[in-house]
Design a protein around this ligand. Sequence first.
Ligand SMILES: Nc1ncnc2c1ncn2[C@@H]1O[C@H](COP(=O)(O)OP(=O)(O)OP(=O)(O)O)[C@@H](O)[C@H]1O
Length: 364
Amino acid sequence: MQLKRHAPHPTMSQSSEAIQKLLLAHFRGDENGFRDAAWDVVREERRLNHSVFANELEKILERGNGQSPSKTFFATLSTNNGNMPKDSDKNANLIELSQPVTDLDELILSPELQRGVDRIIRERRSSELLRSHGMKPASKLLFCGPPGCGKTVAAAALANALYLPLATVRFDAVVSSYLGETAANLRKVFDYARVRPVLLFFDEFDAIGKERTAMDEHGELKRVVNSFLQMLDSFHSETLTLAATNHQGLIDPALWRRFDDILLFDKPSPDEIETLLCRYFRQVTLSKSVRIKSISKRLVGMSHADIERLASDAIKDVVMNERGQVTPSVLTSAIERQEKRIGITQMGDSAVETTTAKRSRRSQ
Ligand SMILES: Nc1ncnc2c1ncn2[C@@H]1O[C@H](COP(=O)(O)OP(=O)(O)OP(=O)(O)O)[C@@H](O)[C@H]1O
């Protein structure tokens, strides 16, 4: 894991190696490695004459002697698993808890999006300073944009950068066919996240945030959106709430202003496509006749996930056919397969839209 960009504090830059070791050991569950790295931090802080801080760290380490800090962390997560909010009908977990290891540096983001993400992290890291001035860091975020452009992976990377467990809300369990049960499930989710700081992630948020005029049999949708609005308004916690949607047009207008920040994840520009391709093809040899710049222009309109898939398709081709390198013809056939796939997906989408429109006309 690289921790280049988000060093914790400029004065601690010399101990960054120790911190990196600490985190690596933590995520590997390497108890001894974690303890050694923690003592390295203590030594480094002493060397910097931060003796009060070094003494505090030493006390924590001695108090925790015999316990593995990394194991303790995972034990906390698994204990939380025991207290997981559940749907009373099927007894299914309403959230899925994980500790992502994705690094923000792995993402190719537009400069504007990068600024937005950096700002969220800066605000969270300066929360005490902000609070001392009567302000709060952004804590309710909305990620919008087409599928496969990084909303989910950015949520994971944010959780990692902020050292928060990622609690992904399981809509299949939250949305209940029983009247009133969906709102009750949502309350359980918020109650869970109120008492323990997590990154609470509502992926495919439109499943519950649909405009209140959307037709349904019992007006249940309207009740759910209203309850969600109230819960979001009264939710004040260390938790970072993040909703993501591919269908921003469906979101109830009253919900928009509840979010402190809205970030748009768009399809990559030609330059971003070029960076993506170079990154994916790092592990293979590219034939000299492959013109990455002009290929990048051809791929405009594809998502990051589409480009990742076609690159991996081309690499598989090279491996399976024992070719030494990615040639223009390998690349062209991978692109054509991906274009065909996108065409089929779009046909599927428009068939779903037609059925939805028909149903909605029938119910009016
Ligand atoms: N900005 C990005 N930089 C690098 N890789 C990306 C980026 N966006 C997406 N990817 C790749 O595409 C995959 C799918 O992306 P992701 O699931 O985050 O998209 P999404 O916007 O959440 O899609 P959906 O709306 O369908 O859930 C990622 O796992 C990652 O490999």
